[in-house]
Write a protein that binds this ligand. Structure first.
Ligand SMILES: *[C@@H]1O[C@H](CO)[C@@H](O)[C@H](O)[C@H]1NC(C)=O
Length: 463
């Protein structure tokens, strides 16, 4: 009897000792800066870990956070997948380091609905193990952990538990809602979607503060998620490599240098061609047929009742699964003679060339539809950064936070409306020009202007 009690006591105490031994180390104010102090440079003002459960290189907003923090004297560790190259300023920055996450086995990736419900949990188990190791052991404890949401599973849960154990302050950067994206895949009433709503609402409660991309999203977070901690809207702003080109001849020269304009040099020089730019992910979320239909209607009008309309060259950038399907449709329309006044070309441009294209084109088109209604397309933000007016799909709540109707862009809700906007703007240079002036004004407001008073002051990084 006594023997077995002793045995149990021994096992228990061993287990407790093991747990304590393996607990992640905690953040101690003033000591986490040891790395820099050793090199004799100035002590960092704070330490921030940035977690993104996605490709770091394709997470512009988290990279801007990292640069802003590091430039203001904070020490940054970015944790995420390293698939594409991160921003060169990140790679070369002395105050930023990257801790890559192991990618999950490729075999667990599927678009099949049934397989997704089996593979999904396996993938999550794998991610839990990787995240736990990275956040609790590989990295030193930091003052702050800034986590991108979505994806929320499992990052939000792991982040809030690790923050509790390490005495790190958690800040969630809401780009959208995890459940609304899952609902696109599985439908609103799927039990996993319901579970995901509960999960997101539960784990976000432990955060010290929240950033989000629109005022509309802040309203939803305060109302539906009943958050007590501060919810701070922090609007996306364009990257520094997007800026307007004011001189018309410089814009024309750049357009003429593109292979896509090879067959249109004379009309470009004569000013009878308008270049439209759109960037699409070629997925079911973005209905590209709206743009094709609108261009078909435009071409029809320009060949019949409105011959004074200029020719249009539509340059479409982006990669995605439905690209081939749409390209076939476009060729079929061309062969049927339905695109006489419109040319559609796809392009894959380097980052600087894309920035120049936006600054040189006449009009940008956004087909982004929103899963939650309260997120916004970064592509439109970049277009404004380049001083390019935008027409965009506007049937969601947050749209007016980005585009002021008639001042820097216009909204549409159908291909017929898009076609109307194209006729209106391409048929009247002064109208298009006044939108351009509005977009150029918009381009003056940059990320730092937005970031400093909100995120900078929360993190104690006054410039
Ligand atoms: C890096 O951080 C230090 C403080 O730790 C700061 O003095 C320095 O200016 C930062 N470096 C850059 C390139 O921003």
């Amino acid at each position: 009897m006594i023997d077995s009690v002793l045995n149990i006591a021994f096992c228990l105490s061993t287990a407790i000792t093991l747990v304590i031994l393996f607990l992640p180390s905690q953040y101690q104010p003033g000591t986490s800066s040891a790395t820099n102090a050793q090199h004799g440079s100035q002590k960092p003002k704070t330490s921030v870990q940035i977690l993104v459960l996605g490709d770091i290189g394709r997470s512009p907003r988290m990279q801007y956070h990292a640069l802003s923090i590091a430039n203001r004297g904070g020490q940054v560790v970015i944790i995420g997948y390293k698939e594409s190259d991160p921003h060169p300023d990140i790679v070369s920055h002395p105050n930023i380091s990257i801790v890559p996450l192991h990618p999950h086995p490729a075999i667990l990736q599927t678009s099949n609905k049934l397989l997704f419900t089996i593979y999904g949990p396996l993938k999550v188990l794998f991610q839990i193990a990787c995240l736990w190791k990275c956040l609790a052991y590989t990295t030193k404890p930091a003052r702050w952990l800034l986590v991108q949401n979505p994806p929320s599973i499992p990052s939000l849960a792991i982040a809030s538990i690790v923050c509790f154990l390490r005495r790190t302050r958690l800040v969630i950067d809401w780009h959208n809602f995890g459940y609304s994206i899952l609902a696109l895949k599985l439908g609103n009433s799927h039990p996993l979607v319901k579970l995901s709503i509960w999960y997101e609402k539960f784990f976000c409660k432990s955060a010290t503060a929240h950033f989000c991309v629109t005022n509309a999203m802040a309203t939803v977070l305060k109302r539906d998620f009943a958050l007590q901690a501060p919810v701070l809207p922090l609007h996306d702003r364009p990257a520094s490599h997007f800026h307007p080109i004011v001189e018309l001849d410089v814009r024309r020269e750049f357009l003429a240098s593109l292979p896509e304009t090879k067959t249109a040099r004379s009309s470009l020089a004569a000013g009878t061609l308008r270049v439209l730019v759109s960037s699409t992910s070629w997925t079911a979320d973005e209905d590209f047929s709206i743009l094709i239909d609108a261009l078909l209607q435009y071409s029809e009008l320009a060949t019949t009742t409105h011959p004074q309309l200029p020719d249009v060259l539509a340059i479409i950038t982006g990669k995605g699964p439905q690209k081939e399907m749409y390209l076939k449709q476009i060729v079929a329309h061309e062969q049927a003679g339905k695109l006489q006044r419109v040319t559609i070309r796809t392009a894959w441009l380097s980052v600087p060339d894309y920035a120049q294209l936006l600054a040189s084109a006449a009009l940008g088109v956004s087909l982004h539809t929103s899963s939650s209604g309260v997120d916004l397309p970064m592509k439109v933000v970049d277009m404004f950064g380049a001083g390019l007016p935008v027409v965009g799909w506007s049937q969601f709540e947050a749209w007016p936070e980005l585009v002021t109707e008639g001042r820097n862009g216009m909204g549409f809700g159908s291909s017929a409306e898009l076609s109307d906007r194209l006729v209106l703007l391409f048929g009247d240079d002064s109208r298009l020009e006044s939108l351009r002036v509005g977009a150029q004004k918009e381009s003056l407001w940059r990320w730092e202007d937005e970031w400093d008073p909100i995120a900078g002051s929360l993190l104690g990084l006054h410039y």
